[in-house]
Design a protein around this ligand. Structure first.
Ligand code: 3HC
Ligand code: NAI
Length: 703
């Protein structure tokens, strides 16, 4: 259920400013905010609220005040685009004080989402009523912030310390029913009647002479936790893994600690101070940037909003291997039936078995029910006859990475798929145009590059071929959204955007270990930067033998040596690292010896390599490659590249992605570094001409 409130103009309604109206219903004044898209607390909204409350407070007949919003949602927070700019109009604090100090009860009427500053405004109201589909939350942590308008001090006073800790560090949106149980809202209205129900609720408060509840004065719950250090110790431990590298979760916890140990007024001071530190820091700047980048990536400049969206209600997947299985699960998860084709019954059974096992594991962890397992597996049907795909709306090929095989399959699909079917390939490196060219309908062919594990990873690269139609691109974007992916449109080039940039890091990492660093030193530097793991740990996880052939191995590369020694990675208990039975890795002397011998054999003089150099060598060439990608038009905008790396490769969001990070370092510095490195070590470091142009002409990539 989703409520969209539309304002019915009453005869008593007057305008306060462009985004605010006030109206009377007997002894109740109703202030309505209407600032699309999400009623964020911009200067006019704050001003409208302030003036509206003032008018209602001064009005003799008014005995209670309702704050309600028009459109898709209650106030969804501070206006993020205002951060860092000169503040205008009344501050949020002034507005909140004015609400809380009102001698007439103020009631927040919530639909959609009351988030961040929006919930903080609602918490200064004396009562809250919400529609059943509404959600409340303090998601500031996801922007590298903390609730800076009293949220950290008021929330624990209502819901208790544990729940408050959980909410502010996860940013979770809590459904209305749960809010009612926690005391965060006082009343649930009818889904379609919030306006009328909130007025009735306000009248009831007046007639029953209910008290003016000021949350700032409710101390029972915070006092109950005073002196109990373990709450915080245990909580910190419970989120340590997820919060690694981020400042905001810890700052949020410190604010809740202040709520417990200090008075409301002193707690607010702590909140204010820590908020200011975060809002002026680079982590939050990066996370706010990523928030907008994630919305921007969905916008394709030459695709008009009215572009035809094709149906995608039946899906075909070819290949029930690692990718095909994961891809199919995405559709079954949202109730869309899938037919998977394999080359033999045996492989099909194996693939379907793995899918079932994956679902069962999720159910065992309590994330879905066993009923869901049955429902979803029933939606995935197998076949060994490709003709069974003839009626599908969308067919995704995920067979071995082999051009001839893929061409054969696309030729077959061209013959059997109904007119208008989208024909997609999940290739990670092959030329999508070449694949499209074997069909009579290249306009229907597209690359849908999922990432492994495909049912988990959020990124989808949508590879737009030379002839791919706009409708096929637009439909792919829509499909991606429906299955919960973050999709970026990229062009046809080796490795597309993500893997093309990854190749730069891999090349330098491989060189570094021959020049003097050990794999664990390279991995540590990148892990400490914020990546979930370094390149060598990642290779061990994936398996060093991917794409390696024992018969063709020449022993010329370190990988050949490792594989020849049976060190295939985690699956054989050793690769670049050695693993214990719990898959915990440790450095291994044997590898160290192998690497040193290898350096000697190739007459590379080993030397001490600092952490800083490792980071520069691994990260700067990635940024340079990003410029080449932009120059060739293979990504639409710099921020799309960042979205690819944040969602597909674990680039820490608080570092904003390679292009944002490059700007923080200074593109001029990156250019200079490349020029010096090019002179000493050659073309691996040749700077992109576009990087030079951006530096020389001071172009703003994010403007
Ligand atoms: N400020 C400015 N713009 C915002 C915004 C905000 N708080 N929230 C959303 N928008 C914009 C989006 O950028 C987008 O713009 P676009 O159409 O030009 O791309 C538009 O509103 C619609 O947003 P979505 O596409 O995200 O719409 P959805 O319906 O999918 O989601 C939402 C709606 C759940 C409200 C989601 O937008 C959201 O999570 N917003 C951010 C909420 C938030 O983080 N609030 C806390 C802000 S910080 C704060 O309040 C500090 C305070 O403690 C002092
Ligand atoms: P896989 O080897 O696990 O699975 C491929 C499956 O295709 C096998 O089960 C095989 O039996 C089946 N198959 C082969 N020929 C077939 C045919 N003619 N008809 C029906 N089924 C056939 O390979 P994986 O890893 O799933 O890769 C598939 C594709 O996805 C490749 O193009 C790969 O490059 C790409 N990819 C792989 C990623 C990964 O991390 N594994 C990530 C992104 C893309």
């Amino acid at each position: 259920a989703y409520t969209y409130l539309r304002l019915v103009k009453g005869k008593n309604m007057t305008s306060i400013n462009d985004v605010t109206t006030i109206e009377k219903d007997g002894n109740i004044s109703i202030i309505t905010l209407n600032s699309p898209p999400v009623n964020a607390l911009s200067a006019p909204v704050r001003e409208g609220l302030h003036k509206g409350i003032s008018e209602a407070r001064n009005d003799k007949e008014t005995e209670a005040i309702v704050i309600i919003c028009e459109g898709r949602t209650f106030i969804a927070g501070a206006d993020i685009s205002e951060f860092g700019k000169e503040p205008k109009g009344p501050s949020l604090f002034e507005v909140q004080e004015f609400i809380e100090d009102s001698d007439k009860p103020v009631i927040a009427a919530i639909h959609g989402t009351a988030l961040g500053g929006g919930l903080e405004v609602a918490l200064t109201c004396h009562y809250r009523i919400a529609v059943p589909s509404a959600k409340c939350g303090l998601p500031e942590v996801n922007l590298g912030l903390l609730p800076g308008a009293g949220g950290t001090q008021r929330l624990p006073r209502v819901v208790g310390v544990e729940k408050a800790l959980q909410m502010v560090t996860s940013g979770q949106h809590v459904p209305a029913k749960q809010c009612l149980e926690m005391g965060l809202v006082d009343e649930i209205s009818n889904e379609d009647n919030l306006r009328q129900d909130s007025i009735s609720f306000a009248k009831k408060i007046v007639s029953e002479n209910r008290p003016l509840v000021k949350i700032s004065e409710m101390n029972d719950k915070v006092e109950a936790a005073r002196g109990n250090e373990n709450i915080f110790k245990d909580f910190r431990a419970s989120i340590a893994r997820k919060a690694r590298g981020f400042l905001a979760p810890e700052y949020n916890i410190q604010c809740i600690e202040a709520a417990v140990n200090k008075s409301f007024t002193e707690g607010i001071k702590v909140e204010r101070k820590l908020f200011m530190e975060l809002v002026t820091g680079t982590q939050s700047a990066a996370q706010r940037y990523a928030f907008f980048a994630q919305r921007q990536v969905a916008k394709i400049p030459d695709i008009e909003p009215d572009t035809e969206i094709k149906p995608f209600t039946s899906i075909g997947v070819i290949g029930a291997g690692t990718m095909g299985g994961g891809i199919s699960m995405n559709f079954a998860n949202v109730g869309i039936p899938v037919t998977i084709i394999e080359q033999s019954q045996e492989r099909l059974d194996k693939g379907l078995g793995i899918i079932r096992k994956n679902y069962e594991n999720t159910a065992n962890k309590g994330r879905i029910t066993f009923e869901d397992v049955e429902k979803r597996t029933k939606l995935i049907n197998g076949s060994t006859d490709i003709n069974d795909l003839s009626n599908c709306d969308l067919i995704i090929e995920a067979v071995f990475e082999n051009m001839d095989l893929k061409k054969d399959i696309f030729k077959t699909l061209d013959g059997i798929a109904k007119k208008g079917t989208i024909l997609a390939t999940n290739t990670s490196a092959l030329d999508v145009n070449e694949i499209a060219a074997v069909t009579s309908r290249p306009e229907d062919v597209i690359g849908l590059h999922f990432f492994s594990p495909a049912n988990v990873m959020r990124l989808l690269e949508i590879v737009r071929g030379e002839k791919t139609s706009k409708s096929v691109v637009a439909t792919s974007m829509k499909m991606a959204k429906n299955i919960g992916k973050v999709a970026a449109v990229v062009g046809v080039c080796p490795g597309f955007v993500g893997n093309r940039i990854l190749a730069q890091r891999q090349r330098e990492a491989n060189k570094l270990i021959l020049e003097g660093a050990m794999p664990w030193e390279v991995d540590d530097a990148l892990f400490n930067f914020g990546f979930p793991m370094g390149p060598f740990a990642m290779s061990d996880l994936a398996g060093l033998d991917i794409g390696w052939d024992e018969d063709l191995s020449t022993g010329d590369t370190l990988r050949d040596k490792l594989c020849e020694a049976g060190r295939l990675g985690q699956k054989t208990g050793k690769g670049f690292y050695i693993y214990d039975e719990n898959r915990n890795k440790s450095p291994d002397e044997e590898v160290e010896k192998l690497i040193i011998e290898f350096s000697e054999k190739h007459q590379i003089k080993r030397r001490e390599i600092s952490k800083e150099e490792i980071l520069e060598r691994c990260l700067y060439p990635m940024i340079n490659e990003g410029f080449k990608i932009l120059e060739e038009g293979m990504a639409i905008r710099a921020s799309d590249i960042d979205i690819v790396w944040i969602n597909g490769y674990g680039w820490p969001i608080y570092e904003g992605g390679p292009m944002f990070y490059g700007q923080l370092i200074g593109y001029d510095k990156i250019l200079k570094w490349h020029k010096e490195m090019e002179e000493k070590f050659g073309p691996d470091f040749t700077p992109s001409p576009y990087l030079e142009k951006v530096v020389n002409e001071k172009i703003n990539l994010f403007g």
